[in-house]
Design a binder for this molecule. Structure first.
Ligand code: PGA
Ligand code: ZN
Length: 422
């Protein structure tokens, strides 16, 4: 077990949308090799770490990542060779120093994250530990509740729904595998319902259906019907979680919901709408209900609804402790969405979770709309012990890969596995 890094290689591969992303392979002195690949978002927050793209329009419309590949092999690898792979924090710190910018624009957050993830995987393998245990210790045994995004809208689909994600959350199940079954069954019933109404059963970027619907509320109504028809009780067996991704329809100072027939609204009207829906529907979690710069709106919404539901900040916090700290101070939410590539290293992602935990906040581990078949996220969600995960629907291999990895972890943990919504 000699976990000294001897080689780091990178290459350009494709993500689930067919755009380039980076894959990194780390080799250790004991012969261990581990590979990780980096996801990519569509509805990105303004303050996310920079995803380095080549900008050469002759290749993939400028979206190539050969410069990030080059940065890994020519700049990062020489600095990290010879270090022990288990020194994750130190390794991540060296990359931050080498980059020397606030948003990782020199080396690219995609280059840095690929290395950071592959280093963690290699260290786990070398130490003969499953990744969730290597990162989370022997106490890591809580499998997250899968918030399954079964209707897609917004920037993830070309339909008439402007809220981005409508998730089914199996809070009443006693185990992860049962919870996954509850929501996968609901997904299948939803497909039948859509078929019967001559609505499209084509799927969006995260594998949820993307039909044209008369309103955002119609999506919730359909899901509630599907839950009941699948034999479950809305609210106690399966609840609803939403991600409005409101920044994507906040234009010129108003929330523009004209696309789905709900007109234009100001922040106060959006908060009223949220209150109304929370009374009417079994909603337990609501992400990005307002624009990423609407801090006072977030605080007001949390004041009114924070005791009833989880108010999750994604674009507003971008997994960055600087913004999460402000959110805690201003009581702007009670939960943060956690995405590796918003911040760019494994250590900083762990710090974001820790900050939430220390403040009594929840944290919600998340994939991106552009993913790969890498299952790092599944192990990470167990390691962080947060209990909330979103990784898409019951379709598309890159989403299913994470669910299947969680089933493996559950099997491995046996009676030790925990599962609950809190
Ligand atoms: P993204 O969407 O990966 O396209 O940013 C996910 C989300 O907004 O939560
Ligand atoms: Zn989001």
């Amino acid at each position: 077990m000699n976990d000294t890094i001897v080689d780091i290689e990178a290459m350009e591969i494709l993500d689930s949308r067919g755009y380039p992303t980076i894959q990194v392979t780390v080799s250790l002195a004991d012969g261990t090799r581990a590979t990780a690949s980096v996801p990519s978002g569509a509805s990105t927050g303004e303050n996310e770490a920079l995803e380095l793209r080549d900008g050469d329009r002759r290749r993939y419309g400028g979206k190539g990542v050969l410069s990030a590949v080059h940065n890994v092999e020519e700049q990062i690898a020489p600095e990290l060779t010879g270090l022990a792979a288990h020194r994750q924090t130190e390794i991540d710190h060296i990359m931050l120093e080498l980059d020397a910018t606030e948003n990782k624009r020199n080396l690219g957050a995609n280059a840095i994250l690929g290395v950071s993830m592959a280093v963690a995987k290699a260290a786990a393998l070398s130490h003969r530990l499953p990744l969730y245990q290597y990162l989370g210790g022997t106490g890591a045994r809580r499998i997250p509740v899968p918030c399954m995004n079964i209707i897609n809208g917004g920037a993830h689909a070309d339909n008439s729904v402007d809220f981005q994600e409508f998730m089914a959350v199996p809070i009443g199940a006693l185990t992860f595998s049962d919870g996954l079954r509850y929501v996968a069954e609901t997904f299948h019933v939803l497909k039948e319902l859509l078929n019967k109404q001559d609505l499209s059963t084509g799927v969006g970027d995260e594998g949820g259906f993307a039909p044209n619907l008369p309103s955002n509320e119609a999506a919730i109504e359909l899901i509630l019907t599907a839950i009941e028809k699948a034999g479950y009780k809305p609210g106690s067996d399966i609840a609803i979680a939403l991600d409005s991704a409101a920044s994507s329809f906040f234009k010129a100072g108003t929330y523009d919901l004209r696309w789905s027939g709900s007109g234009q609204k100001d922040s106060a009207a959006m908060i009223e709408l949220a209150e109304e829906w929370v009374k009417k529907y079994p909603i337990i979690s609501w992400e990005d209900p307002l624009d990423e710069n609407d801090w006072s709106g977030f605080s007001e919404l949390t004041r009114r609804l924070g005791n009833d539901i989880e108010v999750v900040g994604d674009d507003i916090f971008v997994t960055n402790t600087r913004y999460i700290a402000r959110g805690i101070e201003e009581k702007a939410a009670n939960s943060a969405l956690i995405k590796f590539n918003q911040i760019g290293t494994v250590s900083e992602t762990i710090e974001a979770c820790r900050m939430c935990r220390d403040a009594g906040w929840r944290y919600f581990i998340s994939h991106r709309s552009g993913e790969t078949e890498d299952t790092f996220l599944a192990d990470f969600s167990v390691a962080m012990d947060g209990g909330h995960l979103k990784t898409g629907s019951a379709s598309r291999g890159e989403r299913i890969a994470k669910y299947n990895r969680l089933l493996e972890i559950e099997k491995e943990l046996g009676d030790g596995a925990l599962y609950y919504w809190k």
